[in-house]
Design a protein around this ligand. Sequence first.
Ligand SMILES: *Cc1c(COP(=O)(O)O)cnc(C)c1O
Length: 359
Amino acid sequence: MTRVHNFSAGPAALPLEVIKHAQQELTDYKETGRSIMELSHRSAHYEEIDQQAKARLRNLLGLGDKFEIMFLQGGASSQFMMAPYNFLGKDQTADYIDTGRWSAKAIKEAEIFGNVHVPFSSAEGNYDRVPTQDELKFSDNPQYVHFTSNNTVAGTQFPVEPDTNGVPLVCDASSDFLSRPIDVDKYGIIYAGAQKNVGPAGVTVVIIKKDFLAQANTENVPTILQYGTHTGKIFNTPPTFNVYMVNLVLKWIEGKGGLSGFKSFNEKKAKKVYDAIDADDFYRGAVDKESRSLMNVTFRLPSEELEQKFVDEAVKHDLYSLKGHRSVGGIRASIYNACPMESVDTLVDFMNDFRSNNG
Ligand SMILES: *Cc1c(COP(=O)(O)O)cnc(C)c1O
């Protein structure tokens, strides 16, 4: 059995080296006679993994000691609730940039806690773009500005962080976390479900600036939902195997040149697919060119019939999970960090052949 070319949006492809490493020590982790899944989260072995993973994140992102890092559960979707629970009081306002389905879900949760102002929305254009800086109409004194750095469903991505004039950014970075360097000083919170770019489903990486955390509301917030509960000593049983996998992925990222290495690798991969799309008008990019994502490349074919045929024939070339999100249709190729160049080259060859045979 060979591995297929996996373009799944999430849970997504993981580096083969990482999976093999995990396989090799699965039944006996470092001569403990047990798997990592069977060891206490208070054991020295697990503590080491937790500390290593945090140190690697600190290094890769350049966080210094200004940030707390936590490995939580409940997915990015729980952060839609947890962030406003901690940082948005009843009479306060937070700004939420609405650039996709996930942004809209975050807005819905925040509205439970306080006032939400939307400085920009591309909902009317089916989320086909992110805003330019001039289009952002922030409120006077928001607690924070929330944005979704990469819009997994539509296939758009902020080329740089929005400029908020010093107001902390709260970012759902689920689908482009660690795909490129970012300016961490602009962020109050960065959160990401692991299953797109950094590991298996089941753990959510949350990074919070200490200054920002100091302003969190703790009154009437259940203990486990307070960010402050998860700094320092591990509060309750974390998803230990998932953190173990994340740590291996982080090590793999380090070995491949870190975030600047991945930035250029991801740009190269995306360019190949977008060039194939732009070669003539058989394929059409689904979003504005300036807003195109390096992670989720979305495009259309001349008809829905041809799109179905494309997906069906792709499988015969070992190209899997290319169907667009059910809410938008079309084709989506998710080419996160772990998607090898070989998969992109195979996809582009297939796109060119398909165009010759059907154009
Ligand atoms: C996948 C995704 C989510 C949802 O993550 P869960 O872990 O399923 O809650 C949220 N935001 C973005 C940008 C995503 O890509």
